[in-house]
Design a protein around this ligand. Sequence first.
Ligand code: 5RP
Length: 233
Amino acid sequence: MNPDDLKKLAAARALELVTPGMRLGLGTGSTAKHFVDLLGERVADGLEVICVSTSEVTEAQARALAIPMSTLDQTPELDLTIDGADEVDSQLRLIKGGGAALLREKIVAAASARMVVIADDSKLVATLGRFPLPIEVVPFGLEATRRAVVAAIASVGAAGEIVLRRKPDGSVLVTDGGHYILDAHLGVIAQPESLSAALALIPGVVEHGLFLGLATAAILAGGTGLTIVGALE
Ligand code: 5RP
């Protein structure tokens, strides 16, 4: 199976968790896109759910599939969110934000009773950090915030290049919330909780891609089948 088939396999298993009447959070990225496609088929067959998206891209996809959409203002408590991840460890700690949607993804996950990660099993890591950690920042005061981020990272014994994310055309990437993203190339994040706390203290940091204590399970698809981390139900 190629990586895209594995993503679809994980998405299909997650779809089995969906029951009529559920309030769902819809993630962002290529794996979550498979889930939304499959959910759209079930909705077309009569499944009744109400969904909140984590990005403009997912919102447009879901609406095109005629999936009933809501907002967190109208539907502030969700039963289940299905989303991808850039890295997941055995304690269900995640790095997210490779698709630049980390802020809404974290808000939606925090509003959900359960968050189930879907991914191919290459995303399962022993230690977080090989994937650059996305840090969403306010454009105002960017250089001052960047320096504060470097200091926060150093305070927990980590280090690495901090790169302002750009689009393929070279322009600075702007998130759905109107912010920039600094990608921290750390290699290893030995203390995710300490780094999360240090970054949260910086005024110009809106959010970061460490998702700690949010995921309740992960469905990881590999050549030999599915691996489940955590409890699906
Ligand atoms: C978007 C995300 C994605 O969930 C993450 O980047 C994984 O994406 P993919 O399923 O395409 O590998 O965090 O902000």
